[in-house]
Write a protein that binds this ligand. Structure first.
Ligand code: ZN
Length: 64
């Protein structure tokens, strides 16, 4: 299971920076904060916005 850290992302729960790891689980993108364990899924609009915002910054996401 590959996990990638989202550079510059801030956890919406504990406000920690650079603690959000992202990976795919059953074709769903999962984001988890390694600091507080807060977990979000792609279906969550907040996650989508966060990923979209950061994907251009780190450039590890595939364009649609
Ligand atoms: Zn957190």
């Amino acid at each position: 299971m590959r996990k990638r850290f989202i550079a510059g992302a801030v956890c919406p729960k504990c406000q920690a920076k650079d603690t959000l790891a992202l990976w795919r689980e059953n074709n769903v993108e999962v984001v988890e904060c390694v600091q507080c364990g807060h977990q979000m899924r792609e279906a969550d609009k907040q996650v989508r916005d966060q990923v979209r915002t950061n994907e251009q910054v780190i450039g590890v996401f595939h364009p649609e």
